[in-house]
Each structure stands twice: as structure tokens, then as C-alpha cells.
Design a binder for this molecule. Structure first.
Ligand code: SF4
Length: 341
């Protein structure tokens, strides 16, 4: 039995899934904020090896029923349709209980396929795509070097939905910096209102010090936003989203308010009220929650009411201020966030 080759990255919602590596790294690998696959040259995982891995995982997990399988790494849709169909055929043969086969997909890889190809892939089992659109603003897509425009984001999302696939769109709150905060909120909401994806997966931005984006911070063309400013941007974004059947979710540890999640048709007001509750805290309590949240002392806003956690957060805050009375909380929080991705 050879070693099964796996990548290290999957969406948070695929933690229980079977993982099958079909490519290594990301063929684009040029987004200025992303360090996920920087150390890796892109290559396809040879199909015979991928199929052998599937067979070996079937032997390894004998009797275990997986509901979902995630195809790694950064964009399985870049593969030719015939190649993907062979992989899907092997998955269905060796894991007949799978209900979902999922993968990351760049918008331009989706639009390079025909509607008929997407239908064929969905019928063969590839039924959930995770797309990192990040933003609906052309200006910001260019700033981050995403490599496609907002019209491709909208077209690709609509194509995936028309093919009957489940669609998750990842978006980055704060990726335009202070300079483009309002544009990011409004234009991203506009694009999503056209696509109406099944899931809107919200991530707060954390700029990595080794990234090209950090150079923009250093030279002053990109201004980091405080946690409160990022939350104000999220509030505007959420307000602009239509009441539609999309599930909106802050699911990643990088997000400040994990409780902001729900169906946009039925839970939008409740989600906005959670954001307003945070924004309505006194300045001291807001900062205490932010610091406690970034130190993983608090997880939900209501944790502020728990005396032990409250006291622990206060002690940590005092230590931070003793060590550096002039601490820049915007930079400190960005540092923590970027370390979580
Ligand atoms: S964000 Fe996605 S497309 Fe961009 S470099 Fe990273 S993995 Fe590749």
C-alpha cells in the first residue's frame, strides 16, 4: 500500500469529509492577500495516482460511511472535464454512500466550462462548489490581483446554480481597507443579490506581513480597519443583501461575531440586531470583547456576561497595556487574524 497523498487545506465545513487530492497547490497563486499555496509549485496529481488513492482510502476506511468528499487543492475545476469525470466515477464506485462531492472553484475556471459540462459534472456527483469571489468590486479585485472581474464572478455563480450545483461564495470583509470599505460592502452585496448562492461564507480580512498587500499597508495606500470598522462594513453588507434563500454564515474563528449566521429570508433582522448589540456596547466593553475574542476567551457576545471569562479578559487587557500603553489594537488584531488563516 503506497502512502495516500493529501493536501493540508479544506473549507471549515468539510471537516468530516473524505479528502482526495486532485491537484497540488493553486495554478493561479497570485492573489496578493493569499499565502495558502505560496511555497508550492502547482501540478496535477496524476490521475492513476488519484484513483489509486481513492481505492486505498476505501480499504483504509472500510465500513465508514462518508457523506461528503472534498477534492483538493485550490481549484479542481481547472482540470479537464473528462479527467474530473474519471475521478468522480471512481469515487462513486468506491464510496457509493457519498451525498456530496465538493471542491474549490475559481470563477474563471467555471466560466471556461460549458453549461453542458457543468451539468455532466453535477450529474456525476460534483454537486457543491466553494468559490472565493472575495468581493464584487472590480477596483478591489484588481487591487488584490484576483485575476478576474466582477462580471465573471456573477456569470460563474449563475452558471453553477443553473447546473443545479450547491454554491458557496466566500467573501472578505475588510479586503478594500478603509479606502474602499463602503464599495466592498455595496458592490459585493450587489453581485451576490444577482447570484443568490446557497451559502454566503463571510471572513474578516487578516493581512499577512509577508504578503504583497502588506507592502500596500506599509506604503500607505491601504489602511487597515479596526475590528469595529470591519463590523460596520459587515453591517452595511448585510443590510444591502436581499432577503433571499441564502444561508449567511460567520463560520471561521477569524470572525468576531460567530453568532451572526442564518437564513437571509428569515433571520436577517436577528443577524443585524446581533451586530447592533456589539456596536452599541460602551467603548471599553467593545474593546474588552474584541481583545477577549482575539485571545479566544470569548466566543459569543453573551460571554461578556460570564464573570470568569470577563475577569480573565480584563487581566489580559491590563497585561497588554502594562507592556505597551500605546498598543495599536488595529494592528494587534490584524496580526492575530492573519495568523488564523
Ligand atoms: S486566493 Fe485562491 S485563487 Fe487566489 S492564490 Fe489563493 S488559492 Fe489561488
Amino acid at each position: 500500500m503506497k502512502n495516500i497523498e493529501l493536501g493540508s487545506i479544506r473549507p471549515p465545513s468539510e471537516s468530516e469529509s473524505l479528502l482526495v487530492r486532485v491537484t497540488r497547490g493553486c495554478h493561479w497563486n497570485k492573489c496578493y492577500f493569499c499565502g495558502l499555496y505560496k511555497s508550492m509549485n502547482f501540478s496535477m496529481h496524476p490521475i492513476e495516482d488519484t484513483i489509486q488513492d481513492i481505492k486505498e482510502q476505501a480499504a483504509l476506511y472500510q465500513g465508514r460511511k462518508f457523506k461528503s468528499c472534498f477534492l483538493q487543492d485550490g481549484d479542481a475545476l481547472v482540470l479537464k472535464t473528462d479527467y474530473l469525470l474519471r475521478i468522480l466515477e471512481a469515487l462513486n464506485k468506491y464510496f457509493p454512500d457519498l451525498e456530496y462531492i465538493t471542491s474549490y472553484a475559481r470563477a474563471d475556471s467555471i466560466t471556461r466550462k460549458s453549461p453542458a459540462e457543468l451539468q455532466e459534472l453535477r450529474q456525476a456527483g460534483l454537486n457543491h462548489l466553494y468559490c472565493g469571489m472575495e468581493t464584487g468590486s472590480d477596483k478591489i479585485l484588481q487591487l488584490i490581483n484576483k485575476g478576474f472581474h466582477a462580471d465573471t464572478v456573477v456569470k460563474s455563480g449563475c452558471m453553477a446554480k443553473d447546473a443545479g450545483m450547491i454554491l458557496s461564495e466566500f467573501i472578505l470583509i475588510g479586503i478594500g481597507g478603509k479606502e474602499h470599505s463602503e464599495e466592498n460592502a455595496i458592490q459585493t452585496a450587489d453581485a451576490l443579490n444577482m447570484i443568490q448562492p446557497d451559502f454566503i461564507r463571510v471572513h474578516a480580512t487578516g493581512i499577512k506581513p509577508e504578503s504583497k498587500m502588506w507592502e500596500f499597508v506599509q506604503e500607505g495606500s491601504f489602511t487597515l480597519q479596526s475590528e469595529e470598522e470591519i463590523m460596520i462594513e459587515q453591517k452595511l453588507f448585510l443590510e444591502k443583501l436581499l432577503e433571499m434563500d441564502s444561508y449567511y454564515v460567520n463560520e471561521h474563528i477569524i470572525n468576531l461575531l460567530l453568532e451572526v449566521r442564518g437564513n437571509l429570508r428569515t433571520d436577517k433582522l436577528e443577524m443585524l440586531s446581533a451586530i447592533n448589540k456589539f456596536l452599541g456596547l460602551s467603548e471599553d466593553e467593545k474593546l474588552l470583547f474584541i481583545v477577549g475574542r482575539r485571545l479566544n476567551i470569548f466566543f459569543m457576545l453573551d460571554d461578556l456576561k460570564k464573570p470568569k471569562q470577563y475577569q480573565k479578559a480584563q487581566e489580559c487587557m491590563e497585561k497588554i497595556l502594562q507592556k505597551n500603553p500605546q498598543v495599536d489594537f488595529t494592528r494587534l488584531c490584524n496580526y492575530v487574524r492573519q495568523s488564523q488563516i
